[in-house]
Design a protein around this ligand. Structure first.
Ligand code: ATP
Ligand code: TYR
Length: 452
């Protein structure tokens, strides 16, 4: 298929089509919580290409599902023809954002920050590059490459005196202590360190710096960032007499109301070495019926009319349970890990399904390994050994008698194929990839056997 540029030439040199106003996109998808201007003023501001940024502190070695909301908000700006900056907080991570935190953050070593920076940049690229490529393939909107910056490049050089004179002098402590992030911590027994107290000024300085150097006029962030974003708009007004804007989106919360975060246990990581694409897919597949439609609007690029159609279908008697969840899981996994990962997750899900007859691959078995008990044996303890013995040794059945009865009643399976003979032995060919086999007692009770 010819590139958009070539298509434009062929199609009588038509100008690129005008993308929708990003404010309408964000608003209709539930991605605006607060903003520094009323909707109409924001629409006017976004009616021509502008530069927008969001910051990510490298406080862990992966971003998570909550951060995906911020990345997708940036992607919507990119898809609507704006220039986007993803800012890595190499400097701010050393200080620690008190927003939404009830206690002081631990100090990270320079090595840990450097490792996290590389990992987080990879997460951003894996989503934003793919989104931009998809967009370039499917429309003629002028999608600009996104820019990644690290605030250590300017804050790292700044002297303390410079900071006190050029930034601190223009900030009122009264205003600073009124921010939610500080107010809550001041009320706690441990209070807040001077370091974390100054965080908002560093983020404010970033905004002014990006507006000076790259004409960035808008900052996005989760609702926990409102205080830091407005610290930037206030500073710009004071030291540059300039009006900058901010938009926040509501935080993505778990079913029990907790913010998805990297510091929370059980984070839904975007990095595949911390959470496999299959587990990522499974997590989304388990979304409740109440959350599935809002998640589709906020975490996918699916057109709204399609989401609304699914919402209507969910209310009909003919609706197959979990169809919407499957679609959500596929779309979000594709955005984060790509189509191949979706195909692999679907194959693994089919392999693990109760009563599955799916032909097994090594990848599928490895993907589902964490979902079921497993047992490892030397190859000589497996090949030529009776499946009845293996079922008992692996803990799938309590006794050989029980295992025999199971097979006689048609409930024993090896690699998703019914075992018809209770004297059957495991052959070399039964080891998928020469190292894995799946034994099952009934439809759900499965055991993964591995060669040690
Ligand atoms: N659950 C969430 N829903 C929506 N946005 C989020 C969520 N968690 C973080 N963000 C947003 O992602 C951006 C980067 O946040 P940050 O790097 O501090 O992650 P974090 O998960 O909040 O980290 P930590 O748990 O260490 O506070 C911010 O704009 C933040 O508001
Ligand atoms: N404070 C943001 C990250 C950030 C860092 C620097 C900025 O300029 C902007 C945002 C957060 O913790 O989520």
């Amino acid at each position: 298929r010819p590139s958009p540029a070539v298509r434009r030439l062929v199609c009588c040199a038509q100008p690129p089509s005008k993308p929708p106003n990003v404010v309408d996109v964000l608003r209709t998808r539930g991605l605006i919580q607060d903003s520094t201007a009323a909707t109409e003023q924001l629409r006017q501001l976004c009616d021509r290409p502008l530069t927008v940024y969001t910051g990510f502190d490298p406080t862990a070695d992966s971003l998570h599902l909550g951060n995906l909301l911020a990345i997708l908000a940036l992607a919507w700006f990119q898809r609507c023809g704006h220039r986007v900056i993803a800012l890595l907080g190499g400097a701010t991570a050393k200080v620690g954002d008190p927003s939404g935190k009830s206690a002081e953050r631990p100090v990270l070593s320079d090595q840990a920050i450097a490792r996290n920076l590389t990992a987080i940049e990879a997460n951003l690229r894996q989503v934003l590059d793919r989104s931009a490529d998809d967009m370039r393939r499917s429309s003629d909107v002028d999608v600009q490459p996104f820019v990644v910056l690290n605030n250590h490049d300017w804050i790292g050089q700044m002297s303390f005196l410079h900071f006190l004179r050029d930034v601190g002098k223009h900030a009122r402590v009264n205003t600073m202590i009124a921010k939610d992030s500080v107010k809550t911590r001041l009320a706690s027994d441990d209070g807040i360190s001077f370091t974390e107290f100054t965080y908002q000024l560093l983020q404010a300085y970033d905004f002014v710096h990006l507006s000076d150097t790259l004409d960035c006029t808008l900052q996005l962030g989760g609702s926990d960032q409102w205080g830091n974003i407005t610290a930037g708009t206030e500073l710009a007004r004071k030291i540059r007499s300039r009006t900058l804007h901010g938009i926040t989106f509501p935080l993505l919360t778990t079913a029990d109301g907790k913010k998805f975060g990297k510091s929370e246990s059980g984070a839904v990581w975007l990095a595949s070495d911390k959470l496999s694409p299959y587990q990522f897919y499974q997590y989304l597949f388990r979304t409740s019926d109440d959350d599935v439609i809002p998640f589709m609007k906020r975490l996918t690029f699916m057109p709204l009319h399609e989401i609304e159609r699914i919402e209507t279908e969910m209310k009909s008697d003919a609706y197959q349970p979990n169809t919407a969840q499957k679609r959500l899981a596929e779309e979000v996994t594709r955005i984060v890990h790509g189509q191949q990962a979706v195909d692999a997750a679907l194959a693994a899900t089919a392999a693990a399904a109760p009563g599955s007859k799916a032909v097994l691959s090594v990848d599928a078995l490895e993907a589902i390994a964490s979902d079921m008990p497993s047992a490892s044996f030397g190859k000589e303890e497996l090949v030529g050994v009776g499946v009845v013995d293996l079922m008992v040794k692996g803990g799938l059945q309590k006794s050989k008698g029980e295992a025999r009865r199971l097979i006689r009643n048609g409930g024993g399976y090896l690699n998703n194929v019914k075992i018809t003979d209770e004297r059957a032995v495991l052959a070399n060919d039964d080891l998928v990839g020469g190292r894995l086999a799946l034994l099952a007692a009934g439809k759900k009770n499965k055991l993964l056997v591995r060669v040690k």
